[in-house]
Design a protein around this ligand. Structure first.
Ligand code: QAP
Ligand code: CO
Length: 190
């Protein structure tokens, strides 16, 4: 495994539409391992391949680590719970409702603001073995994180979906990112 650098805001790679995965081979497994190592090391809950410079439709997430805990039976100690998930070629096939909550992004360190998302989504994707799967998710952090990461695969970023544009502008300026382009081809804030 290898910990990789995370591509930061402003890099044009974050704005590309990524390519579908065709081969479910060893190199895909290596990519996914590296993405998990990079995400856990950065204390993220989700990471999309373009964030490590790979323009493919792959995302990993674990919204439980490290906030959820379990008690280890042998040592009686509280341990962080893992719930790693991999989605390849994910597509939102149904969506309904709207919900606002705070989001961050590993490509925008220290930046958090309210983002507008669907309340409920149905998703089609493939697992690491290429098997087609579906899921329906609603309301929670997992549902929000999935939408955030799927957006990355289409070159969309959370700065494209602020619930309150003035709040976002203030937060970006405080972080010294007042002049990032959003969305392409670009309304300049600041
Ligand atoms: C996307 O983002 C997400 O600024 C995943 O200093 C986030 O893992 C979806 C992070 C929230 C829904 C809700 C951000 C870590 C992690 C930072 C992340 C930072 C350190 C962001
Ligand atoms: Co992100």
């Amino acid at each position: 495994m290898a910990r990789l650098n995370i591509v930061q805001y402003g890099d044009p790679g974050l704005r590309k539409v990524t390519s579908r995965v065709i081969k479910f081979d060893k190199s895909l497994r290596k990519l996914v391992e590296d993405m998990f190592e990079t995400m856990y090391a950065s204390e993220g809950i989700g990471l999309a391949a373009p964030q490590i410079g790979v323009s493919k439709r792959v995302l990993v997430l674990d919204v439980d680590y490290p906030s959820k805990k379990y008690i280890d039976e042998k040592t009686n100690k509280e341990m962080p719970a893992y719930n790693p998930m991999v989605l390849v070629n994910p597509v939102i096939i149904q969506q309904e409702g709207e919900i606002v909550s705070k989001e961050g992004c590993l490509s925008f360190p220290g930046v958090y603001f309210d983002v507008l998302r669907h309340k409920k989504v149905a998703i089609r994707y493939q697992d690491l073995f290429g098997k087609e799967r579906k899921m329906v998710v609603e309301d929670d952090l997992f549902c929000r994180c999935l939408q955030h990461e799927i957006d990355h695969l289409d070159g969309k970023l959370f700065v494209d979906k602020p619930a309150d544009a003035a709040q976002m502008k203030k937060v970006l300026q405080e972080a010294g990112l007042g002049k990032i382009n959003l969305p392409p081809p670009g309304i300049l804030i600041g």
